[in-house]
Design a binder for this molecule. Sequence first.
Ligand code: ZN
Length: 305
Amino acid sequence: MSENLLNAALTAAERGWPVFPLRPGDKRPAGHAEARCPGTGRCAEGHRTPEQRATRDTATITAAWSAAPYNVGLATGPAGLLVVDLDLPKDDADTAPEVWAGMADGLDVFATLCDQAGERLPTETYTVRTRSGGQQLYFTAPEGKTLRSGAGVLGWKVDTRAWGGYVVAAGSIVGGRPYAVIHNAPPLPLPAWLSDLLTPQPLPAPMPITSLATHMRKTSAYLATAVEGELEKVQSAREGGRNGALYAAAYALARFIRLGDLTETAVDTDLTAAGLSVGLSPTECRTAIRSGLRRGGAGEEVGAA
Ligand SMILES: [Zn+2]
């Protein structure tokens, strides 16, 4: 068993990925947490995080993994990787939020994102099946960009692992279940559209909402009231409900697009402004608006070039 884990660590290092030990049978890093740092040994000059300690050095790895059957932590940032982590619901109560209603798991959500971007699901890249049955798609991170780890940044059950995070490398066994390579190929470069979605955007200044009335092809009191009502709902949505409110507004306004009373561009522009003004990110706005318009039957073309 130990030898398999040593081999897993060396294999990752040979691919160019720095590794560090995880507790045997577990996915937490071995060694002390920063709060309990003794300030001696490797931490004599200050605590060193797993990301800082991760190594590709054969002798260091061999010595570490000869001491105990450690699982293998892969420091994604130093490895130059961005891993898309597609998770499964924890239990029956763990269901998709309204924006992702009907989605079964992270793979569903990611496939939908690919579809909305007009891209294929990138299945040809190095892929690991996690102990829970989820999948991790490995990509090489774009040069000159420091992408950070994030939970749910792309959607429900879709996490990313880059700087500030790590993944459990193939060959590790957590709770008796293995992490296994299910597609053994070199990692592909991160697709440009994903790189764009994951690039941190500067926080926008609060934006006044322009009235959709200026975009209306036909003005009617009824329409103006409906539109203002939807924008108000987005603006008054509390944290946690903002995404859903934006989705609901897009869904409601899709009807007027179908009827030819509003243009998709106008709705997209103004709902984005409303979403940004309540603190949603451009990515969150885009996702919620596209999903709402699509489900509301306003077509697939919003945001497409
Ligand atoms: Zn320390």
